[in-house]
Design a binder for this molecule. Structure first.
Ligand code: GDP
Ligand code: GDP
Length: 437
């Protein structure tokens, strides 16, 4: 389970600059593929072999100046409730402001790891100025410059030290039941769907507390399938503040998605596939989870010959380039295709576990490559000699070649598409690496 790191602090201390520095590399990869910039306040990062989620709480502050202070207090409280690790950013140029002291007061009571980052320490002289931040009462601080990067490695060392060791990628230690998370906008029909799944007979096998404090896995047996529904709704009750903040729903979605194997994204057909749906989809993709899109309330849509086809095409356009995703049109109200929905989620779960033998894989993919080799760059030819599925939990593939730097995105997409034609990875994000051999 990856840790969630929240960046808090008042405006203009450099939170988003620091955030961008943490997630930059990965963000760039995502953007080059999709060509779209999406949620800018959430990202993934890794350091010292530990992968974690980062949330810039400042990005979610909305409202006029007079409610600003209250907003920030709320953000900090939410970060305290929901994140695993908190980074409190302050500004050496400004010194300690009253708002900093207030935030520090909240943070002093926190049992979770809190790191104070004194930002804008661009040179040695400013490092000396930083001592005043001892007065925050939060103990040791780290001096950083988000602009030039100095000190960021040291604070990341400290932060990742505070995280649990990454899970060992063992296949069969735990029971091998699919873990489904039902997510989507309010009113899409999530609770109705879950109720329909649970059914009148409430065929619940067991309640087991999740591996981490906040998650609850409930085991179900329905339509002949065994699966766990991941539910983090319990966290809501503990939270001291209202959940009207976008930041809060993002935090919830991050958690729920990280706990699951397959994300069941429920969309309200009468509203179409909206921005927030796209963000959830992207979160699932980024976390390498399986995805099934359910278009609910199909009973309310007036249908003509091509309605379904057009609807699906529009969704595929919005989720590109990862379009190999099942879309199921359902009506929870009429109990239409609910079985199909679960069956599809189970299939995606199986696809995500698919392992391809190396010899067969080479046979197939080297043939594909031979028929359409990478184009020459600057008169040089890329020769792909060998390929394999990597021994990772989710499908990742390596293609070994002489000049990996010359393999462009279009060719990578071609290889991915071919791979998906030959092997069923429907609903599953896959990663392809070209490596030096
Ligand atoms: P946020 O409101 O806390 O997210 O702050 P921003 O990241 O938007 O930064 C506010 C201002 O501080 C911007 O003009 C940044 O360029 C500047 N800034 C951020 N980090 C540093 C730094 O390490 N050194 C200096 N000198 N300026 C910085
Ligand atoms: P949630 O907020 O995502 O959990 O959504 P709910 O399950 O509470 O459903 C929101 C509203 O949509 C309720 O009034 C449901 O009765 C209604 N609803 C859910 N599924 C369907 C459906 O398939 N068709 C129609 N017409 N209404 C539905």
């Amino acid at each position: 389970m990856n840790s969630i790191v929240a960046i808090v602090g008042r405006p203009n201390v450099g939170k988003s600059t620091f955030f961008n520095r943490l997630v930059q590399r990965r963000e760039a990869i995502v953007d080059s593929v999709s060509g779209v910039t999406r949620d800018r306040h959430y990202g993934k990062s890794d350091w010292n072999g530990k992968e974690f989620s980062v949330i810039d709480t400042g990005g979610y502050v909305v409202g006029s100046d007079d409610i600003f202070e209250g907003e920030i207090r709320k953000q900090v409280q939410l970060a305290i409730d929901e994140a695993d690790i908190i980074i409190f950013v302050v500004d050496v140029e400004q010194g300690i402001t009253p708002m900093d002291s207030e935030v520090a007061k909240l943070l002093r009571k926190v049992k979770k790891p809190v790191f104070t980052a004194v930002n804008k320490v661009d040179n040695a002289m400013r490092a000396a100025d930083a001592v005043e931040f001892y007065n925050l009462g939060l103990g040791d601080y780290h001096t950083i410059s988000s602009i030039n990067g100095s000190g960021t490695g040291e604070i990341l060392d400290a932060i990742t030290d505070a995280m649990p060791e990454p899970e060992v990628e063992e296949e069969s230690e735990k029971e091998d039941l699919p873990r489904f998370a039902v997510v989507g906008r309010p009113n899409a029909g999530k609770s109705s769907f879950i109720n329909a799944l649970i059914g009148e007979d409430r065929n619940i096998v067991t309640d087991i507390a999740g591996t981490t404090r906040d998650s609850i896995d409930t085991k179900y047996n329905r339509f002949g399938f065994d699966f766990n529904l991941v539910d983090t709704a319990g966290i809501r009750k503990k939270s001291k503040v209202k959940e009207d903040l976008e930041f809060y729903s993002v935090m919830r979605a991050v958690r729920t998605i990280e706990y699951s194997d397959v994300v069941i994204l429920m969309v309200d057909a009468t509203r179409g596939f909206e921005n927030q749906d796209q963000n959830i989809f992207w979160l699932a993709e980024k976390n390498r989870k399986g995805v099934v899109v359910l278009i609910n309330k199909w009973d309310l849509v007036e249908k003509e010959t091509n309605t379904l086809r057009d609807f699906e095409a529009e969704i595929k356009r919005q989720i590109a380039p990862f379009t190999d995703v099942p879309v199921v049109f359902i009506s929870v109200l009429n109990k239409q295709r609910i079985f199909k929905a679960i069956e599809t989620a189970v299939e995606v779960f199986e696809n995500r576990k698919r392992r391809i033998a190396t010899s067969k894989f080479n046979e197939t993919m080297l043939e594909v490559i031979k028929n359409n080799p990478p184009p020459a760059t600057k008169g040089k030819f890329v020769k792909i000699k060998y390929c394999m599925q990597l021994p990772t939990k989710t499908p990742q593939f390596a293609f070994f070649c002489n000049l990996p730097q010359y393999v462009r995105d279009p060719y990578k997409r071609y290889v991915e598409n071919q791979l998906r034609l030959h092997y069923d990875f429907t609903g599953v994000p896959i990663t392809i690496y070209f490596r030096q051999k």
